[in-house]
Ligand binder design. Structure first.
Ligand code: NDP
Ligand code: OXD
Length: 309
C-alpha cells in the first residue's frame, strides 16, 4: 500500500514530508521512484504524463493537486472507473480570492493606465467610479467564484455570477445558461473567469463575448488558458472594446518567449500563481479524502467525469 506523488512543477520532497506527517503509517513514493507499480493504491498528481495512471494496476483513487481536473480528464488512457477527487482547500480558495480582488481593483482603479502614465512621466487624472457603481460578473460560481464574489461584495462592488445550473446564492445574484450569459455580459464592466475547462466552456472568452460587454470592460482570466481565444484578445484591446486584461493562465505554459501578451501595454501576465497549492494544508485535505474512502464514508469533491468537473 503506497501513495504516489507526481507533479510537473514540484520535485516532491516537501510534499512527501507533509503527506507522511498526515499518514505516517503509509509509504509515499515520489515519481520517478515508483518501485513496484502494483504497490500504488493512491496517485496524487498534477499534469501526470499520459500512460502513468494506467500503468498502476491496483490504483484505487486519483487525487488532483489542483482544483481543476482537466489535466486528469484529458488523459484518455486513465483507468476508467477509478474515482477522481479534486482539491478543495480553504487556503487555495483564499489565495484565489486575493488574486481576483487584486486584479479587479487594478481594473476598477485604472491601474494599467496610471502605470503607463508613470513610465511616460504624465500627470493626468481620469474620472473614477466608486465600487458600488461597477458590476463585476463572475463566470463560474463554485467554491472559488462564490468566495471571490463574497469578498468583492464586502468592498461594495455590484457582483453577479454565472453558473451551469440555476442557483440561488445568498451572497449575490446569479444567471444560468445561454440567456443568463447574455444578461450578465450586458452589465459586466469587469468580467472574471473562474470556470473549469470543459467542452462547453472552452473558448468562452472570445470576440463575440467581448462584443457583448459594455465598451471599455476589463477581463480577468484565472480559469484556464483554453477559455480564451488568444487571437481575439489583442484586437478587442486595440479597438478599445476592452480596456485591459489580467491573465494568469495560458494555452501554453510557461507562456512562450516572444508571445505578444508579454509586452502588450494593456495585458497583465502572471505565471499561473493565482492560487498556488500549499502542501501543508492540501496534504490534510487529500489524506482526509483517502481516510474517508477507506472507511467507506462519502468522499467530498468527487469529480463527475461526464460533467467534466
Ligand atoms: P467548482 O467546480 O467548485 O465550480 C465550477 C463552477 O463553474 C460552478 O459554479 C459551475 O456551475 C460553473 N460551470 C461549469 N460549467 C459551466 C458551464 N458550462 N456554464 C456555466 N457555468 C459552468 O470549481 P472551483 O471554483 O473550485 O474552481 C474553478 C476553476 O478555477 C478550476 O476548475 C480551475 O480551472 C481554476 N483554478 C485556477 C487556479 C489558478 O491558480 N489560476 C487555481 C485553482 C483553480 P454549477 O454551479 O451550476 O455547477
Ligand atoms: C489549478 C490549481 O487548478 O492550481 O489551477 O489548483
Amino acid at each position: 500500500m503506497a501513495i504516489l506523488f507526481y507533479s510537473n512543477v514540484d520535485s516532491g520532497p516537501r510534499w512527501r514530508t507533509q503527506l507522511l506527517r498526515q499518514m505516517p503509517e503509509r509509504e509515499c513514493r515520489v515519481w520517478p521512484d515508483i518501485g513496484d507499480p502494483a504497490d500504488i493504491d493512491y496517485a496524487i498528481v498534477w499534469r501526470a504524463p499520459p500512460g502513468l495512471l494506467v500503468s498502476l494496476p491496483r490504483l484505487r483513487m486519483i487525487l488532483s493537486l489542483g482544483a481543476g481536473i482537466d489535466h486528469v480528464l484529458r488523459d484518455s488512457t486513465r483507468p476508467p472507473g477509478v474515482p477522481i477527487v479534486r482539491l478543495v482547500d480553504p487556503y487555495l480558495t483564499g489565495a484565489m480570492s486575493e488574486y481576483v480582488a487584486l486584479q479587479v481593483f487594478r481594473l476598477h482603479r485604472q491601474d494599467v493606465d496610471y502605470q503607463e502614465q508613470q513610465r511616460r512621466e504624465q500627470w493626468i487624472e481620469h474620472p473614477q467610479k466608486n465600487a458600488g457603481e461597477r458590476t463585476v460578473g463572475i463566470l463560474g460560481c463554485g467554491v472559488i467564484g462564490r468566495e471571490a464574489g463574497r469578498r468583492l461584495k464586502t468592498f461594495g462592488f455590484d457582483v453577479a455570477g454565472w453558473t451551469r445550473t440555476a442557483r440561488q446564492l445568498p451572497e449575490f445574484p446569479t444567471h444560468a445558461g445561454a440567456a443568463g450569459l447574455d444578461e450578465l455580459l450586458g452589465r459586466s464592466e469587469i468580467l472574471v473567469c473562474l470556470l473549469p475547462l470543459t467542452p462547453e466552456t472552452e473558448g468562452i472568452l472570445n470576440a463575440g463575448t467581448f462584443a457583448r460587454l459594455p465598451r471599455g470592460a476589463g477581463i480577468v482570466n484565472a480559469g484556464r488558458g483554453q477559455h480564451l481565444v488568444e487571437d481575439d484578445l489583442i484586437p478587442a484591446l486595440d479597438s478599445g472594446q476592452l480596456s485591459a486584461a489580467a491573465l494568469d493562465v495560458f494555452r501554453e505554459e510557461p507562456l512562450p518567449p516572444g508571445h505578444p501578451f508579454w509586452h502588450h501595454p494593456r495585458i497583465v501576465v502572471t505565471p499561473h500563481i493565482a492560487g498556488i497549492t500549499n502542501p501543508a494544508t492540501a496534504a490534510i485535505v487529500l489524506c482526509d479524502a483517502i481516510r474517508r474512502f477507506e472507511a467507506g464514508e462519502p468522499v467530498p469533491n468527487l469529480v463527475d467525469p461526464s460533467r467534466g468537473y
